[in-house]
Design a binder for this molecule. Structure first.
Ligand code: NHR
Ligand code: GAR
Length: 214
């Protein structure tokens, strides 16, 4: 399955997908990596692995509509069957999300529906939550509101700061994002009537709960 990955930064989730492609555990071909920010490590990771690395700097566009229209053209030039947002930091227009509905995934660092938007780790700490985590969801017009495919939970420890908590969450990201992409590529994971479906069974609202504790 042809996949285009959108990044804005370091691309550690992209790397997890590249690793899966290369070791044969993921039946995908990453056709391109596109960043809206210049000079990010995610683009280097693509280049280093022989994957087309494309920069589409949002600062060169007058409006979100113009940026999204160009982004759509660029993505579609690669015949992508799945769009993966991996630390992509631009809100997408309803026109864009409508074009890819049911074939675009995002990874969001919280136990959605808690903490949509930004600064999720600090918000979980400020709320004194005892657990936190990460969600993979289908992208819809509703920001961080599309149907959830998978969640993984981590404990919040007494001496955590946003950094240490983010690290614990990110270790889970690198497990559940490749898994969600694999399920999608095998056509086991789909979106139907704004619900996430796995093996023809509607998933609960908080998605498939992965226990990755060791
Ligand atoms: N777009 C839509 N329509 N729906 C979603 O679910 C989306 C989306 C675009 C991105 C990722 C999301 C996240 O996982 C995502 C999901 C950026 C912002 C944001 O406020 C919010 C959520 C997400 C990504 N971005 C600012 C903006 O004005 C810019 C912030 C920055 O550049 O640092 O676009 O958290
Ligand atoms: C990840 O933790 C991801 O969950 C988060 O950004 C990080 C990107 O890391 N995504 C968002 O906050 C989306 N708004 P990466 O570039 O190393 O994959």
């Amino acid at each position: 399955m042809k996949v285009v990955v959108l990044v804005s930064g370091g691309g550690s989730n992209l790397q997890a997908l590249i690793d899966g492609q290369q070791d044969g555990s993921l039946p995908i071909e990453i056709a391109a990596v596109i960043s809206n920010r210049p000079g990010v490590k995610g683009l280097d990771r693509a280049r280093d692995n022989g994957i087309s690395a494309e920069l589409l700097d949002h600062k060169n566009f007058d409006s979100r509509d113009d940026f999204d229209a160009s982004l759509m053209n660029l993505i579609d030039s690669f015949d992508a069957e799945l769009i993966v947002l991996a630390g992509f930091m631009r809100i997408l227009t309803p026109q864009f999300t409508g074009h890819y509905v049911g074939r675009m995934l995002n990874i969001h660092p919280s136990l959605l529906p808690k903490y949509q938007g930004l600064h999720t780790h600090q918000r979980a700490l400020d709320a004194a939550d005892s657990e936190h985590g990460v969600s993979v969801h289908f992208v819809t017009a509703e920001l961080d509101g599309g149907p959830i495919a998978i969640q993984a939970r981590v404990p919040v420890l007494l001496d955590d700061d946003a950094n240490s908590l983010a690290k614990r969450v990110q270790a889970q990201e690198h497990v559940i994002y490749p898994l969600a992409v694999k399920w999608f590529a095998l056509q086991r994971l789909t979106m139907k009537d704004n619900l996430a479906v796995l093996d023809n069974k509607v998933l609960p609202n908080n998605g498939y709960q992965i226990d990755t504790s060791v």
